[in-house]
Design a protein around this ligand. Structure first.
Ligand SMILES: [Zn+2]
Length: 338
């Protein structure tokens, strides 16, 4: 007796484009016209797997200067095989097209797109873009992964943020296998908040700094997305998951500069630190009058500024508390390998 044939997925319809099962299409979603009359649009690649399964969106550059995610999405797309894939991927590597062109986090009206969701059709420029992205992309999906970096000269240790109280989100966060998973409530107005309010489990991946490619953060991000897709049954193979598990962080502290001056950090991303350990010094222009930056807690360095010019009160090092010793060792091993 012949084996019953596997069901084939339906064509994927998005913003006027129709992607047949087993194919990928590149197209654009019109956003707005610039004052010059030039039309601006969201570049999209939709990959419709041959077999039925969930639909996942991948987004980057919601903050226009956060470019690691743009590269991550490119690398993931290179590795997808629609002929054998289950479900669909809608990839939007540049969501804040205005900010990306200007190499800026914001929109031309200085609004933050990631504080403007879910937006509205008649709102501000940012609100309209948020609304368009919700309608055309997010609400067609079952899951989402939004890619970010630190802001304002700060770099982040690769980390997944999500609502771990939701078992599906937690399972996907663990499948991603970033060094750190951070339990964090979604910020009001963020894409993650709007999507999760609509019942769509969403992960945020934070890694590296604005306007810089970070090779290991990019590789970890691309492999993490492919691992999440395997966990969702969309791919049969998955980049090797390290035997190490992610360290789960529930509480973090920013260490601030006590004085303005020139910062010399003596710690780096992924370092384990003790309570009261010096993390660097802030001194005047001649290196005099040095004041130490002291870690208030024991933990793991998950972010820091790369700008040596600091103002008093400025957040310079981000420490994750908790870390049992073995977890920290595993984080260090993960960073060394990937
Ligand atoms: Zn961001």
């Amino acid at each position: 007796m012949a084996k019953p044939r596997a069901a084939i997925s339906d064509p994927l319809e998005i913003s006027g484009a129709i992607v047949p099962p087993g194919e990928r299409e590149r197209f654009e979603i019109p956003v707005a016209r610039l004052p010059t009359g030039t039309s601006l649009s969201l570049p999209v690649v939709a990959v419709n797997g041959r077999y039925p399964g969930p639909t996942v969106w991948l987004s980057a550059a919601v903050h226009g200067d956060e470019v690691n995610g743009v590269e991550i999405i490119g690398q993931v797309l290179d590795r997808l095989k629609p002929k054998s894939m289950r479900g669909a991927v809608i990839a939007t590597p540049i969501v804040n097209v205005f900010g990306f062109n200007a190499q800026s986090r914001y929109l031309p009206d200085r609004r933050d797109l990631n504080r403007s969701f879910p937006g509205s059709a008649k709102g501000s420029l940012a609100g309209r873009l948020a609304h368009l992205f919700m309608q055309e992309v997010v609400l067609r999906c079952n899951y989402g992964i939004d890619l970010h970096t630190g802001s304002n000269h700060r770099t982040n240790l690769p980390q997944i943020r999500g609502n771990l109280a939701d078992p599906v989100t937690r399972q996907l966060a663990e499948a991603f296998a970033a060094p750190v998973i951070m339990q964090s409530g979604a910020i009001d107005g963020s894409l993650r908040r709007a999507a999760t309010s609509a019942g769509i489990p969403t992960l945020v991946y934070e890694a590296g700094e604005p306007l810089r490619f970070d090779e290991s953060a990019i590789q970890l991000g691309a492999n993490g997305i492919l691992r999440v897709m395997a966990a969702l049954g969309m791919r049969r193979t998955s980049p090797r998951k390290k035997k190490a598990h992610s360290a789960v962080v529930e509480s973090t502290k920013w260490v601030r500069a006590k004085a303005s001056g020139i910062l010399r950090l003596t710690t780096k991303l992924g370092s384990q630190v003790e309570a009261k350990q010096p993390l660097g010094v802030v001194a005047d222009v001649f290196g005099d009058d040095a004041k130490e930056i002291i870690s208030p807690v024991a933990g793991l360095v998950i972010g820091h500024t790369n700008n040596p010019l600091v103002q008093q009160g400025e957040a310079v090092v981000h420490i994750a508390e908790m870390m049992s010793d073995d977890h920290a060792d595993e984080v260090a091993a993960l960073l060394a390998e990937e």
